[in-house]
Design a protein around this ligand. Structure first.
Ligand code: SF4
Length: 320
């Protein structure tokens, strides 16, 4: 069975029942040694941001997104099996390589069922989104505020940034309204500003107006990170944005010998992060830098953790 995407106009949604496994271990570097699992409602991402490093593989094409309708039941069964084996994850990252809240009613329903199952099992959820959670899902989170943090990513307030790099993402204003509603319901929410792209959205003025907007809707903690410019991402951008744009971006990701590097110059990032932290202080906010994306400068975790995570008990999260 296929359906057209919800609000996202193009592409086909292929409806399936189960995944081979509901959870995966594809985690940010800072969490790989923890009892944490990742979960995504769809395979492939209908939002299809041009800078996305997860959508560079042929298997993750925006025009063929797979939605698994029986994930609620599958998650309940997998969690029951983990409980029997005493290896429940302490935390699940929700939406690690795709966006669930892209305006499709079925995807919203599946996301809600899975969240209910995770909360019923007492598993803490770190949910990151650039989409718009429906009221029904917000209310599920609101019934379990001690078990969830929602992180809402807004990279820029600028319409041109939006058009250029992430044309299918919900508008910043819609995301700020969602934050407001989540907070009114008592759901813990954080902000995220990613990706920062040199000269596109990383001026003090850009950051100050964005932080001020986050603050207006009650956010105190914001995580930031610059664009990670691997070869896959560079090729994807070259296919999708204008030559002028890639010509402007390229030099920021060139090493001393002209080679392409993944990160903007370390000294530049250090300076910028220090400036951004100062701006955040002005608004009584805390600005955290994602250490996984800046391992040459920072260490530690920027996630809200459910409880002190011990170094891994060597119990397997999956059966062999
Ligand atoms: S919403 Fe997230 S996962 Fe989806 S394309 Fe954009 S950056 Fe990638």
């Amino acid at each position: 069975m296929t359906q057209r995407f919800g609000v996202n106009k193009v592409g086909e949604l292929l409806i399936r029942e189960n995944k081979s496994r509901a959870f995966t271990t594809g985690l940010p570097q800072c969490l790989v040694d923890s009892r944490v699992l990742a979960f995504n409602v769809v395979s492939g991402c209908p939002v299809d941001c041009h800078y996305c490093k997860y959508q560079t593989k042929d298997t993750s094409r925006a025009d063929t997104v797979h939605l698994y309708t029986m994930l609620g039941r599958q998650v309940r069964e997998e969690l029951a099996s983990m409980t029997r084996r005493d290896c429940l994850p302490q935390m699940v990252l929700f939406n690690t390589v795709s966006e669930s809240f892209f305006g499709n009613a079925l995807a919203n329903q599946v996301a809600g069922e899975v969240l209910e199952a995770l909360f019923a099992a007492g598993v803490y959820v770190n949910l990151t989104t650039k989409g718009i959670m429906p009221r029904s899902v917000m209310e599920i989170a609101a019934r379990n505020p001690h078990l969830v943090t929602v992180t809402v990513n807004v990279a820029s307030l600028s319409e041109s940034f939006h058009r250029l790099f992430e044309p299918r993402v919900a508008t910043p204003e819609d995301r700020f309204q969602m934050i407001r509603r989540l907070r009114e319901l008592g759901v813990p929410v954080r902000g995220r500003i990613e990706p920062l792209v040199p000269t596109e959205n990383d001026s003090p003025k850009d950051i100050e107006s964005l932080l001020a907007r986050f603050r207006e809707v009650g956010i105190r903690d914001v995580v930031v990170a610059y664009l990670h410019y691997g070869l896959d991402v560079a090729n994807r951008l070259a296919r999708r944005v204008s030559r002028v744009q890639t010509a402007l971006l390229g030099p920021w990701y060139r090493g001393p010998n002209g080679e392409t590097v993944h990160l903007v110059d370390k000294e530049y990032r250090k300076r910028k992060y220090a400036d951004f932290k100062q701006i955040a202080q002005k608004y009584s906010m805390r600005l955290l830098v994602c250490a996984c994306r800046n391992a040459d400068i920072y260490s530690g975790r920027c996630f809200v953790m459910p409880a002190p995570l011990k170094s891994p008990e060597k119990k397997k999260l999956f059966k062999e």
